[in-house]
Design a protein around this ligand. Sequence first.
Ligand code: PEP
Length: 256
Amino acid sequence: TAGRKPLIAGNWKMNLNHLEAIATVQKLAFALNDKDFDRADVAVLPPYTDLRSVQTLVDGDKLRILYGAQDLSPYDGGAYTGEISGAMLAKLGCTFVTIGHSERRQYHREDDELVNGKVLAAHRHSLTPILCVGEGLEVRRSGGHVAHSVAQLEGALRKVPAEQAASIVLAYEPVWAIGTGEVATPADAQEVCGALRSRLAELYDGEVAAAVRILYGGSVKSDNIAGIMAQPDVDGALVGGASLDAAEFARICRFG
Ligand code: PEP
């Protein structure tokens, strides 16, 4: 991880109401100590409806847990019924916002252009995108996984200047490994994360490539995190299902 502080982020997806959110963050805070937070940044990504409760708890108890949203609008405000803006998320103290998660790409037809608009919107409000890329099973079987993930990266970063690109977090999430229990091998994760970092060096420069944290996501659990974290270009994990259990997520935050 070459000087990059690891990040373990929990994507709660459409789970946990605001009361359950408070209980989960309290349990997580209780399970982690200062040394754990010195070793890795820890973040939770709850549904929008939980964010105010999480903010109140984190601020009130001065917790070192970071948090963010799972999506945002590419627009800053106006007649966009049902949407949530970057300004609203910034006001709630969000550090991160997930962009281009495969479930958004799949179920809400988000394409590279929309993902790019969301990355630009996040930067307008000083939110750190957790930009998700990754291939489906067919692409993996045909050997196109590196090209596919790199193309998604390029699409998302159009018109993004170097100083903004340096602050993003990337997440390589092979779709076939999300929620399936089918974890990519550490070597699979390294292959694509390394290729993404090389492409960042070409698109920008070595400094940007060295600064960006690249996470692996896909069925990460406390018993497989260590091998993933041992890879030179993997700087943490985006954890779905296993982040809903505070004790298990805390073990993952300690790398197993
Ligand atoms: C995710 O949703 O980002 C994810 C990696 O899910 P899971 O850990 O459940 O595979």
